[in-house]
Design a protein around this ligand. Structure first.
Ligand SMILES: [Zn+2]
Length: 82
């Protein structure tokens, strides 16, 4: 049987309706009230174009900073060996 939540993966067992990830997801989602779960998922998973642009800028800046930090300046009189 196919999982009745995602309709992709096979269900955990013959008498079970959901695959393992969907069953885990459902178990985790019932820990909080549905409204709170929707707010959290919207905040974490759904982004508008402005938020996507901000995220891209953050990632690009981080990659740039990382690449700058990897560069070791050569030892000179102005940059003596530490
Ligand atoms: Zn599933």
């Amino acid at each position: 049987m196919v999982c009745s939540y995602c309709n992709i993966a096979p269900s955990e067992g013959y008498f079970k309706s959901y695959c393992k990830p969907c069953a885990d997801l459902r178990r985790m989602l019932i820990l909080h009230e549905p409204k709170k779960c929707v707010e959290i998922l919207q905040f974490c998973l759904l982004r508008n174009n402005t938020q996507v642009d901000n995220k891209k800028k953050l990632v690009v800046e981080k990659n740039l900073q990382d690449s700058l930090n990897l560069y070791e300046r050569p030892n000179t009189r102005n940059n003596p060996k530490k």
